[in-house]
Design a protein around this ligand. Structure first.
Ligand code: HEM
Length: 485
């Protein structure tokens, strides 16, 4: 096979890639060895900041195909016709650990999906859990600090994890979910994905609906017990990456069926609990699942760094017919992601191939900045309005307006008839089989019993008692037994 010519970054042929240039045979090295200098300098700059959460992940390309007519609810073009296909990129992730952590750990999994639609990119940045730990974004940095490595010990600390939850009764539902059987997925292929938040859809007539997204895995849900996971982590810390990569390389293309729950916008105000509360699910009896389409993953990225690590998803990337709900957590996220991308990847991250929209031409007056590759011709103006042929606004809002009233202030969310923090955690517990309840209690007790302060343990126990009397009693007994050991 004929070899290609090795070059420097400026394209000049490299004479020697094995020996640095030196002064004489055994002498010191020469500053004029451009290839050596450039190679060492580039190497020093190979790492970018890891994501502040969800640092560890795996990605794949694929497509979304519409299987059912949802035009009654949304005018989103990529959902406009049965059979329509849209290219996608997904990044799965764990949340709490740093880039070098292990895959098979008890932690939510990220499920971040980019649809390269004909009307721009639509990012749905969800998790494998339908709910979350908190309901106000102002708590997010504190929450994450408590779950990630402690700045003094450099380890995840049960004291911090449970102390935060002790002060966050609204986390009880998600804690029950996380400590239960689905808390450690067997792989990224064997878990569901959820938009988790409530989003807004608007149809061609301007009617608004609130929706929740559910991606059900067609591989079946499979999970690991705490013991199985510990063994797997020891054998292959990259078990999720290995599984996804190898499945797609073998041509076993994983797929998910997308369903939505739909609530007409007018029903939201009087629903029995706040439908924009991220710590709660909408019961299927109230809002049944309606099928939309199927997501298939069929191509591995060629370069994990360039494509998976440089992928940038933002819940703020909507397309016409889809918009945010007033969920406070979602509203906070509308800011956080693109801001993180500007820090992590720079202001022109949308021009990187994995992030660039496919069909539509990006046409605006944003210019320049570090690493700009997209700029106009000499005839394009960089201001607007102008008297030339530059791009102009459409006057068509992407989603429907929301009516608001009242005073500005740091309010709690409006109270609905049944807005307490515990009833859905109790319902989830009572749905479990006897065996599942036993494993849930053992998992919680395993963590909670490591906490050094009695008052933190008591506060957490009070949450499980409030969710369900039997649940609280069993966790309390199990924690006591472990602490007496
Ligand atoms: C106010 C609450 C939240 C804030 C401020 C927040 C912030 C962030 C930030 C800054 C990142 C790193 C982004 C990057 O560097 O590319 C991130 C990643 C991520 N977050 Fe959140 N987050 C919040 C809640 C959530 C929730 C509720 C979910 C799921 C429903 C979620 C799912 C994800 C996922 C999947 C990623 C990884 C995206 C990827 O693979 O690139 N986050 N979050």
């Amino acid at each position: 096979m004929a070899k290609r010519v090795l070059t420097t970054e400026s394209g000049a042929p490299v004479a020697d890639n094995q020996n640095s240039a030196s002064a004489g045979l055994g002498g010191p090295l020469l500053l004029q060895d451009q290839h050596l200098l450039e190679k060492l300098a580039r190497f020093n700059r190979e790492r970018i900041p890891e994501r502040v959460v969800h640092a560890r992940g795996s990605g794949a390309y694929g497509y979304f195909e519409v299987t059912d007519d949802v035009t009654g609810f949304t005018r989103a073009d990529f959902l406009s016709e049965v059979g329509k296909r849209t290219e996608t990129f997904i990044r799965f992730s764990t949340v709490a650990d740093s880039l070098g952590g292990a895959d098979a750990v008890r932690d939510p999994r990220g499920f971040a999906l980019k649809f390269y639609t004909d009307e721009g990119n639509y990012d749905l940045v969800g998790n494998n859990t339908p709910v979350f730990f908190i309901k106000d974004p102002i708590k997010f940095p504190d929450f994450i600090h408590s779950q990630k490595r402690d700045p003094f010990t450099g380890r995840q600390e049960p004291d911090n994890v449970w102390d935060f939850w002790a002060h966050s009764p609204e986390a009880t539902h998600q804690v029950t979910w996380l400590m239960g059987d689905r808390g450690i997925p067997a792989s990224y292929r064997h878990m569901n994905g959820y938009g988790s938040h409530t989003y807004q859809w608007t149809n061609a007539q301007g009617e608004a609906f609130f929706v929740k997204y559910h991606f059900k895995t067609n591989q079946g849900v499979r999970s690991l017990s705490a013991d199985q996971a510990a063994e797997l982590v020891g054998k292959d810390a990259n078990s999720h990456q290995t599984d996804l990569l190898q499945a797609i390389e073998r041509g076993v293309n994983p797929s998910w069926t997308l369903y939505v729950q739909v609530m007409p916008a007018a029903e939201a105000a009087d629903y029995r609990f706040n439908p924009f509360d991220l710590t709660k699910v909408w019961p299927h009896a109230d809002h049944p699942l309606q099928r939309v389409g199927r997501l298939v993953l069929d191509r591995n990225p060629d370069n994990v760094f360039a494509e998976v690590e440089q992928a940038a998803f933002s819940p703020n990337n909507f397309v016409p017919g889809i918009g945010p709900s007033p969920d406070k957590m979602l509203q906070g996220r509308l800011f956080a992601y693109a801001d993180a991308h500007r820090y992590r990847l720079g202001v022109n991250h949308t021009q990187l191939p994995v992030n660039a929209p496919r069909t539509p031409v990006v046409d605006n007056y944003g210019r320049d900045g570090l690493h700009a590759t997209r700029y106009g011709s000499r005839y394009d103006k960089n201001y607007e309005p102008n008297s030339y042929a530059g791009p102009a606004q459409t006057d068509a809002a992407l989603s429907s307006p929301l009516a608001v009233h009242g005073w500005t202030g740091t309010h709690e969310a409006p109270a609905h008839a049944k807005d307490d923090d515990f009833f859905q955690a109790g319902e989830l517990y009572r749905l479990m089989s006897e065996d599942e309840k036993g494993r849930l209690v053992a998992n919680i007790a395993g963590g909670l019993s490591q906490v050094t302060r009695d008052d933190v343990i008591e506060k957490n126990l009070a949450h499980f008692h409030a969710a369900d009397a039997d649940y609280g009693k069993r966790v309390e007994e199990a924690v006591r037994a472990l602490r007496e050991d």
